[in-house]
Write a protein that binds this ligand. Structure first.
Ligand code: ZN
Length: 616
């Protein structure tokens, strides 16, 4: 066996946000040892150039300085020397997201790809990691949360950890802080939850709800009650702040960032929409332990962390996961079917409001994630479709389609798990379509051609009818209307609503973040980034614009004064009828027994169950 590569992370200067990270190779390459840093992190499809945060790099062997040169943006080479060779880097860490690294006197956190050099030719060597903190307050009270196996470190302690190889080393992010924690059993595995940040949280409630969701997911793939998860230990690493949202999946853990209001407060009644959002995020990342971390596209086996890894199937790894994240909440009994349908209707609304869905297919959105979905700009709503949100709707449509053919998406996931997850074989580019066709027949070729490779909307209205769900559309009632609710004008007896064709932001100094293709703002020559100064000669704020548009009827004109950069533009904007882009779903009461049975099999329970729905 190769000697282990030894890594050490020292909290060198938390106030300057600097880790000192070293990588030691016992028997370096005689021709000069090369080192490389990943340019991206699996699960987040953007070249992030982690090396840009390497502030200073030096090398030494046996107490002597060894020259080290940079060969490329992400590569270094040390001069030939006798080992052990140690490369030491000061790494700036001040990204609070789940994707990179962070250090101050309140918290330390890192993902391996942003800190750990991989010595050339040694990706398969075992790794040791030593975590070192100053023995002073506040670091003395910090604990370590990671699922990286402990070597000599005490439970939750600083000290040494180990990984089988480089790939494993960088898939166990490390949280270091004075966090609160709780644990629960599910799927035969111990699950820990750590929460960093100033929070008041009902940990018992959180554990109970997460345990239901996790066990349900293990049972889905295991196909029987009380199935085992494919790991012995799992960790939810949560960082809670005033504002934040995000998650990243790993093989036996996930890093989550949330608003502290999304965590359940002690004694809080019901299940708030905020808490439901947090549970959906946790459920999403947990589902990835099967779908993305173990069932993976062939393009990711192995990951090439030096460049983009292209696949047209991200819609399935993210979209199917996005479908099951909320579905797991209702199927496990944590939310009721009405609350679930509200979430689905909000997703439908999000997709319907993006003209980009008519331009880009899910397969193309997957392929171009690196330069489009992860690099959104003012034109993205017109040019890009989200493989998460539309992907979830196509997964839903596929589930309902398979169910009418006496199968289900559950069956498809179990087939993919047996074929690709348990075997660690990558899913070939058409592997998911082919598996679906095996289950339900070649008519599904048409489904994939239209909704995955093509840009058609999934036929949800027709599919829902077979499951006792009524699909309804109405115009938006303002910027904060995300859909999911019936709305004031559900019966259509109010006068038609007018529409500007642009989104608004900026409060008292309104700007247009997005101008939608073919809408009134675009036709009037307004552009994304324009600041609206006045309409019909009166100074405007965002609420004032909303009020003005509400009072007018479609077809009426408004004089608009706007600044583009520093130049004044004057134009006449003709309001259009607001599109029916806001969805709400209702359980149909008068349905036959066969429809009721299908609905029950899909949602896992009788749709008029006793659970309380989300409060808002
Ligand atoms: Zn995801």
């Amino acid at each position: 066996m190769r000697p282990p590569t030894r890594y050490r992370v020292i909290l060198r200067n938390p106030h300057a946000h600097l880790f000192e990270v070293s990588c030691t190779v016992v028997d370096p390459d005689l021709k000069g040892q090369g080192f490389r840093l990943p340019t991206w992190i699996p699960g987040s499809y953007l070249i992030r150039e982690f090396a840009r945060h390497f502030v200073r790099v030096r090398a030494e062997a046996r107490g002597t300085v060894v020259p080290i040169v940079k060969e490329a943006k992400d590569r270094w080479r040390a001069a030939p020397c006798a080992g052990p060779l140690c490369v030491i880097a000061d790494v700036y860490a001040f990204d609070f997201s789940v994707r990179t690294a962070y250090l101050d006197a309140l918290r330390g956190y890192f993902n391996g790809p942003s800190l750990f050099l991989c010595p050339d030719g040694r990706a398969d060597a075992p790794c040791e990691l030593e975590l070192v903190a100053p023995d002073i307050a506040p670091y003395r009270n910090w604990r370590i949360a990671t699922t990286m196996p402990r070597a000599e470190a005490a439970p939750w302690g600083f000290g040494t950890y180990r990984a089988d190889n480089y790939d494993a080393l960088i898939d166990h992010p490390v949280e270091m802080a004075d966090f609160v924690s709780t644990s629960f059993e599910a799927g035969g595995a111990r699950h820990d939850v750590t929460i960093t940040g100033k929070v008041e949280v009902d940990l018992d409630r959180l554990s109970t709800d997460l345990a239901h969701i996790c066990q349900w997911q293990a049972d889905l793939f295991g196909n029987e009650p009380n199935s085992r998860a494919p790991f012995d230990r799992y960790l939810f690493q949560v960082a809670a702040t005033g504002d934040g949202y995000g998650g990243l999946e790993h093989r036996t853990s996930t890093s989550l960032c949330c608003k502290r209001d999304e965590l359940p407060a002690p004694g809080a009644p019901g299940l708030s929409a905020d808490y439901r959002r947090f549970l959906g995020l946790a459920s999403h990342e947990y589902f990835h332990a099967w779908n993305a971390k173990r069932i993976k596209p062939a393009a990711f086996v192995p990951y090439d962390l030096t460049q983009e890894n292209y696949t047209r199937q991200l819609w399935a790894f993210e979209g199917i996961t996005s479908y099951y994240d909320d579905l797991a909440l209702v199927r496990s009994g944590v939310i009721d079917p009405k609350s679930y349908l509200e979430l689905v209707a909000q997703n439908i609304t999000t997709v319907l409001r993006g003209p980009g869905r008519k331009v880009q297919s899910l397969a193309d959105s997957s392929f171009d994630a690196w330069i489009k979905f992860y690099r959104r700009d003012e034109n993205s709503p017109n040019a890009v479709v989200s493989y998460y949100v539309k992907g979830a709707l196509v997964a839903l449509a596929l589930d309902l389609t398979l169910r009418t053919a006496r199968s289900s998406l559950d069956d498809l996931m179990r087939l993919l798990w047996k074929r690709y997850g348990e075997t660690s074989i990558g899913v070939p580019e058409n592997g998911i379509r082919d598996a679906a066709i095996e289950l339900a027949g070649t008519h599904l070729n048409d489904f994939f051609a239209r909704y995955v490779d093509g840009t058609e909307d999934a036929p949800l209205e027709a599919l829902f009818a077979g499951f006792g769900v009524a699909y309804r559309l109405r115009p938006a009632e303002g910027q904060s209307d995300r859909g999911g609710k019936r709305g004031r004008n559900a019966n259509g007896d109010e006068p038609p609503v007018a529409w500007l064709g642009a989104s608004l932001a900026g409060g008292d100094e309104p700007v247009l973040p997005h101008v939608f293709s073919g809408g009134p703002a675009e036709q009037a020559g307004l552009a994304a980034g324009d600041s609206i100064v006045a309409m019909d000669g009166v100074r405007m704020s965002v609420p004032a614009i909303e009020k003005l548009v509400r009072r007018r009827r479609p077809g009426e004109s408004v004089a608009v004064h706007a600044f583009r950069r520093d130049e004044l533009i004057t134009t006449e904007l003709t309001l259009a009828p607001a599109p029916d882009d806001t969805c709400w779903l209702a359980l149909a009461d008068t349905i036959d027994e066969a429809t009721r049975a299908r609905r029950m099999a899909w949602l896992g329970r009788e749709a008029s169950g006793p659970q309380a729905s989300a409060t808002t």
